[in-house]
Write a protein that binds this ligand. Structure first.
Ligand SMILES: *[C@@H]1O[C@H](CO)[C@@H](O)[C@H](O)[C@H]1NC(C)=O
Ligand SMILES: *[C@@H]1O[C@H](CO)[C@@H](O)[C@H](O)[C@H]1NC(C)=O
Length: 455
């Protein structure tokens, strides 16, 4: 478990004693970063079957250098509540690699999902490997048993052009690409090194070794026949810049800064995607408690392209994008579908999927934009406790807000010995931010798998 985050949660639970001063902070609860149960980095978004997935790296709690061993995946349908799908890929899948689970990207093809990742070869050089799965949420397995490409550089991005040709770009400090074959695990021709000109990638001042601003983290895509190369630039601290071109191989024209260097992490990493008619920009910073350049968190902003296809410059925010639609409390919802939380972890659940774990007194989950309509009558939760359980308080607006019901969770004899508890609810109407506030004695109280209201 996370000592760092748990300690921070304990401190956060004292905040209500500061009274009115913090009420405003609680009411205006931020939704960035999108994950609070672990530190996440290097977001790679992808839309599949009307859901938006984001694949991330994972900074271990308390890290003071890059300590990254696995990757994680989250998904949403409303840009506010994010479901945790756990870790479907780790270094352990790559028998030939021993460290550095760094920035990757997933693409779909041939009814399969391919996850391109940089890892450290046991020889010591950084290489790009590829893992494959029949399911977007994994598990993924090493597709090749060896590197796909290896030149001691990192940060793969893959784009499948409309003519079917796939390109794999990667690099730091150079930028290279290969043309992938349609099997997505081999390539034709040789590695092409991009000529990083100041016209194509901007001028970096005061660094004769690196005259252009390109640093790392390329992200390639096409929109309205214009190709975009987005990248982390001008290290360090990095900002995010971009270039555009008439083909997937350029030539590239420098277009400027999208996101300035901000937010307590000296690196950043872009991922851009359109979803339900909006455009979203994913990045990372150090915005969680304990956050830094080695304990990063993924966030997202909504933006609008200018009419000429250029991308405006915008800042990091804590508010995040507006919610799309509402969440249905009368359908079964996973406890690990979270807009914001404090003090919690998630784990693999014996009933399938993921459950919320390491619940202590004062921890909470926010679920945003819950459409109660004419009202809810009962609340049911799937829970397990190896100790004597605790309570789930159902509150509206914030974690100290109006109490609409309280469910008592008993001891069940094990952390994965599940039972269903039900309690009555009153006063829940309309669309509300719902907070599960967990209370009980000291230490871990119970685990939480799913929930559902009746109308
Ligand atoms: C990569 O870039 C560095 C710094 O500009 C340069 O010294 C090196 O030769 C490049 N490596 C390759 C493989 O091009
Ligand atoms: C970003 O923040 C800077 C500094 O606070 C401010 O000057 C600028 O107007 C902001 N940009 C946008 C697009 O809000």
């Amino acid at each position: 478990m996370s000592l760092t985050l748990k300690k921070i949660a304990a401190l956060a639970s004292l905040l209500p004693f500061f009274g009115g001063l913090l009420d405003g902070v609680r009411v205006a609860r931020a939704d960035n970063p999108i994950v609070q149960t672990i530190y996440t980095a290097d977001p790679a978004p992808m839309v599949y079957n009307d859901r938006l997935y984001v694949f991330t790296g994972h900074d271990e709690d308390g890290s003071t250098t890059y300590n990254m061993r696995d990757w994680h995946v989250y998904s949403t349908t409303d840009m506010a509540n994010w479901q945790d799908h756990g870790s479907p890929l780790s270094l352990a899948q790559f028998s030939w690699a021993n460290a550095n689970a760094w920035a990757g990207q997933v693409v779909a093809r041939n009814s399969k999902f391919y996850w391109y990742v940089p890892v450290r070869h046991t020889t010591g050089a950084m290489a790009v490997g590829v893992a494959v799965s029949d399911s977007i949420t994994g598990p993924y397995r090493d597709a090749l048993g060896k590197p796909l490409v290896e030149n001691n550089e990192i940060d793969p991005t893959v784009y499948i052009d409309t003519d079917g040709q796939a390109y794999l770009y990667w690099g730091n400090p150079n930028l290279s690409y290969v043309e992938l074959n349609s099997d997505m695990t081999s390539y034709s021709g040789s590695i092409v090194k991009v000529d990083l000109t100041t016209a194509g990638f901007g001028t970096r001042s005061g660094n004769a070794q690196r005259p252009t601003t390109f640093e790392e983290g390329p992200w390639l895509y096409k929109r309205n026949s214009l190709y975009y190369m987005i990248y982390a630039a001008d290290c360090c601290s990095e900002d995010i810049r971009y270039s555009t071109g008439p083909s997937a191989t350029g030539p590239w024209t420098y277009r400027g800064v999208i996101m300035p260097a901000q937010g307590k992490s000296f690196t950043n990493h872009p991922g851009i995607i359109d979803y339900k008619g909006n455009s979203y920009f994913f990045y990372h910073n150090g915005a969680l408690p304990g956050g830094s350049g080695y304990t990063r968190s993924v966030s997202v902003e909504r933006f609008t392209y200018n009419s000429d296809g250029t991308i405006p410059s915008f800042n990091m925010t804590t508010g995040g994008p507006p919610q799309l639609g509402t969440l249905d409390p009368f359908a079964r919802q996973e406890a690990e579908t979270i807009a914001f939380s404090s003090g919690l972890k998630t784990e693999v659940c014996s009933e399938g999927g993921i459950d919320v774990s390491f619940i202590d007194n004062g921890d909470y989950i926010k679920v945003k934009g819950v459409a109660f309509g004419n009202g809810a009558k009962t609340f049911t939760a799937r829970v397990a406790s190896a100790t004597s359980g605790g309570k789930i308080e159902l509150r509206l607006g914030n974690q100290e807000g109006n109490l609409i019901g309280t469910c008592t969770v008993p001891g069940t004899g094990g952390w994965q010995t599940w039972t269903t508890v039900t309690c009555s609810v009153s006063g829940a109407t309309g669309t509300q931010d719902l907070f599960f506030r967990f209370t009980g004695g000291s230490g871990e109280l119970f685990n939480f798998n799913w929930w559902q209201f009746t109308a």
